[in-house]
Ligand binder design. Sequence first.
Ligand code: ZN
Length: 429
Amino acid sequence: MTPGLGQELHRWIAELYPIGRSITGNGVRETLGRLGRLLPLEVREVPTGTPVLDWTVPKEWNLRDAWIENSRGERVVDVRRSNLHVVGYSRPVRARLGLAQLKEHLFSEPEHPDWIPYRTTYYADGWGFCLSHRQLESLPDGEYEVCIDATLEPGSLTFGECVLPGATADEILLSAHVCHPALCNDNLSGVVVAAFLGRALAARQRRYTYRLLFIPGTIGSITWLALNEARVARIRHGLVLTCLGDAGRPTYKRSRRGNTEIDQAACHVLASRDGGHEVLDFTPWGYDERQFCSPGFDLPVGCLMRTPHGRFPQYHTSADDLDFVRPEALEDSLEICTAILDVLEHNHTYLNQSPKGEPQLGRRGLYPTTGGRAQGRDELALLWVLNLSDGRHTLLDIAERSRLPMDAVRRAADALVSCDLLREVAPGG
Ligand code: ZN
């Protein structure tokens, strides 16, 4: 635990919370602009109409104002009170209509009558308002005036990309969606954890090249994949980060292949912590892992979360707010991500340079010279690393087979390298 780190993550969520984001528009730009204080972020703009895989970059949506007034001129719904009040991507509207007509455009969640739901109409030409069921039920008959002062015009899709070169061109992809308005766990938790990871990675030695994406869900990953098809072969490991701030235990969703190194590293880190965790098999729904793991790409990309989307009632409602995300959960999630990346950075494969019989370790100062006592963990780690370093087992394979902590296995490998008993094998070689 770093003093104040959880609070700092939470403060960042609080800063980004009021910004009206969608899959395009100025809310995304403003969000990326602020994240640029944490990490070196390139902002990319892809014009409306650009064909991207089987999709097309949509028109850009910007909302200036939206409200519903009753016949006495009182604003009963006002987007300035909550940016969830407007259905995302609503077309501009100015009209007077009766309650029955108005209700065709109102959305509420009867099971949770005090919460405002989050709804969108990205790829249909509609408009609407979201409000609590209690308020919907209490609207008296009469005439209402509605205003959605928005533009839905050719513009661009905006996303943020941060590339941190490493010793190799092999890449680790980290991706978070930035398209939700005032929602904290589903969206902002992943955004700030990814940004803090980027800040920490930028300041350290890197074996891998890191690519962090801050993209609108679905259309953003599809756009990135379409523009970078030639580059995807460099992605060795990837994580989609989302729902990382609730009080639930951590959950890892495997990549489509299910047994890649990122799957192994994430499961290993979660299993070596207290407090429980869950591992889910891949499913073709959820977040942008759907696109990264589509069969034409089939990238080794998993998804890290706490409580998965749809399993907490606050999901996609106004109750996914600043109280629902906890500083200690955000910090714990950041620590898990850091630990997973640390395993990947150090997960080398070696070849034992003296594989016939055990090399004499005592002579090299690696082994206690007094015989007869019980085997210590460090000695066991040396023997395991020597035995399994046949060029086909990574250090993580050795940690799992020996049931020794990765740290002990890494220390043993470092000691054996320093006395020339191990030589690193290039990945895939
Ligand atoms: Zn969502």
